[in-house]
Design a protein around this ligand. Sequence first.
Ligand code: 13P
Length: 249
Amino acid sequence: MRKKIVAGNWKMYKNLAETEMFLVDLKKQVFPENVVVMIAPSFTNLNQAFKSLREHPVTVVAQNMHQNNEGAFTGEISANMLKSVGVNTVVLGHSERRAYFKESSAILAEKVNTALENEMTVIFCIGEELDDRKKGSHFELIKAQLSEGLFHVSNDAWENIIIAYEPVWAIGTGETASPEQAQEMHKFIRKTVAENYPEEIANKVSILYGGSVKPDNASEIFGQADVDGGLIGGASLQVDSFMKIVNSF
Ligand code: 13P
């Protein structure tokens, strides 16, 4: 059985007071036992979020980290720093990091290695732009993102890898991939993993969908055979809408 996962990516939203308010409310909620729930606040709130959720099943995740273990990299955060505040999971390769911060596949491959060396779990994001889809090159692009950023890892590493497919044209736009489009791509991703690794690895890896997932479309998307959950942006910022999505399996 693959893990079902709903992860909230807060991006650059919520200061400390807002984070604390969210957590007070979140801790009052009843969580389904079959879903792994994660939230990814900003770096400044990770310590507080971890402390607040210490006795709680919700996992605190970082949105990014640097590929070097330490060094003169002003403004950056290392794996060790994350681990020292209780964070063992990191989102890598989000399309906003790729687009606005010029994170290449080569850099992402290094980040993946650093995370794995530090015994962290990676949520590795991939996704095509609208132009790629219009040109019909979206499958090719996804394959390239996987092989350049992820397919150098060992078989054993897959225990600690989650893939998130987020079509860039569906992020924050209100435009969702149809359930059929999501399933088609998730199936393709699983097949591509199976072409490079033993089939059981491909069958076991959780593949999350991200891009305008809302309470009213989550269950249809999560109902697809190869969709194992979601990486949620905007709708993860309110406890109410986030919980509706968590309960959409
Ligand atoms: P939205 O849910 O706001 O479209 O964001 C998706 C996303 O980028 C999650 O990482």
